[in-house]
Design a protein. Sequence first.
Length: 261
Amino acid sequence: MRFSVLASGSSANATLIEAAGLRLLIDIGLNCRTLEQRLKALDVAPESLDGILITHEHTDHIGGLEVFTKKYTVPIFANYNTAAVIERQCRCHQRAVPEFNFFESGLPFMLGDLTITPVPIPHDTAEPVAYVIEDGAQKLGYFTDLGYVTEGVAQAITGCTALILESNHDLQMLRNSGRGFQLISRISGRAGHLSNDQACEAVATYASDELRTITLAHLSRDCNQPELAGALMSGTLKHIGKQNVTLAIAKQNESLPFMEL
């Protein structure tokens, strides 16, 4: 199994995963041309994708869906409520409605030899999910856009070989950002985004000995700094005796190299 975070942040999100002979995207927030460029830079042909897993319907996670899936025939996977909102948005703007393959949140399903578990998460959308992807040897957890770590998320984090984990904001920077009270409350609330401290607490509390790599994701451009988020997580890993865990920080404007598991 290997993966590359193609983009992560408030503008666009997409992650490529290769495992058990399949190529999957988690989310497709990049526009078609940029997504093509970032895939081809990794020697991945866009038409070789075997599926797109949708976490939720915010534009930074589905913005490239319509154009890309018109050009390339790729199965799209989502739960019913997320798909319903996307379909409604398409009809409202007189766009083509994608064809979805449905799953039930919380219930694992198979894609080839991969087990995909959509994990319900708290976020201000219809039915948002995180994902755990297992190939029988490795277990990758993708957890962004969640306001807090639920019991279900905690259980899903445990045993992961790799984590792509939200570390969205520094709370003090958010409070001093000049943003309105309502937006600050939304971001820091229980249906918003994980802070640096919450991400560190999640790893310290729930990460197991199987963990080999963490990629911090969905960092705020205005209310966080990669150096700050990285230093806090590095300190946490040292404190819990996991200095051997590889730490990376996802970017908005460029892909990360493949991470091999």
